[in-house]
Design a protein around this ligand. Sequence first.
Ligand SMILES: [Zn+2]
Length: 57
Amino acid sequence: MKINGCPLCGKPTSADHAPFCSRGCKDRDLLKWLGEGYRIAGPPAQQDGLDSDGDDR
Ligand SMILES: [Zn+2]
């Protein structure tokens, strides 16, 4: 795969902050991941499991 540049803003990638162009974009991407992870961290999977278990009995 060929890297065109920063995945956030498209600027040339910096070796110090690869695959991003700067620390700013790196932090933005990190915050994005943290935000998504926080959402996924609390899924209603346990409720579904409990409901299914009770129905099975
Ligand atoms: Zn960038």
